[in-house]
Design a protein. Structure first.
Length: 156
């Protein structure tokens, strides 16, 4: 494969349908990226992974159980929140983050969506129509930016 693509299989599941081994692998990748790699000691387990309306997406490859993952939450205001998007360090730069975003936004459809992302990644989200909706802020030693993609359909 070329340097810009990587063969991966996309999976998605409601929180209630995730088996323990898969959830463990998703959480392990997130801790490795957000806590260990970014040296940001924060509580990765925020209580939202098992909400009834939480949907998890992940990519697998032949040699690795989880190459990347993202979480989609349905907020009380009926909007969506994308979070915890990450790709294993050795697999970055192969379009896996784009595959995950494309899948999540296909489910969101024309609805409004929010995300709080590390400041250097705001330009990645801007390609998907996200724009800042507040000032950058510090979250456990990492500068984040609140972003929103407005709804595109009737009533959004």
């Amino acid at each position: 494969m070329g340097s810009n693509t990587y063969s991966a299989t996309l999976h998605r599941s409601w929180a209630a349908d995730l088996d323990a081994a898969t959830l463990y692998e998703l959480l392990r990748l997130r801790v490795n990226v957000f806590v260990v790699e970014q040296r940001s000691p924060y509580t990765e387990l925020d209580g939202r992974d098992l909400e009834p309306r939480a949907r998890h997406y992940w990519l697998t490859g032949a040699e690795h159980p989880v190459l990347g993952c993202v979480r989609l939450l349905k907020e009380p205001d009926r909007g969506h929140r994308i979070g915890r998007l990450c790709v294993a360090a050795p697999k970055r730069g192969h379009g896996l983050g784009r595959q995950l975003m494309d899948a999540v936004l296909a489910e969101v459809g024309e609805g409004a969506c929010r995300a709080d992302v590390r400041q250097p990644l705001a330009s990645f989200y801007a390609r998907y129509g996200f724009a800042p909706v507040g000032e950058p802020y510090d979250w456990a030693g990492v500068t984040h930016v609140p972003l929103r993609r407005p709804g595109r359909g009737p009533g959004s």
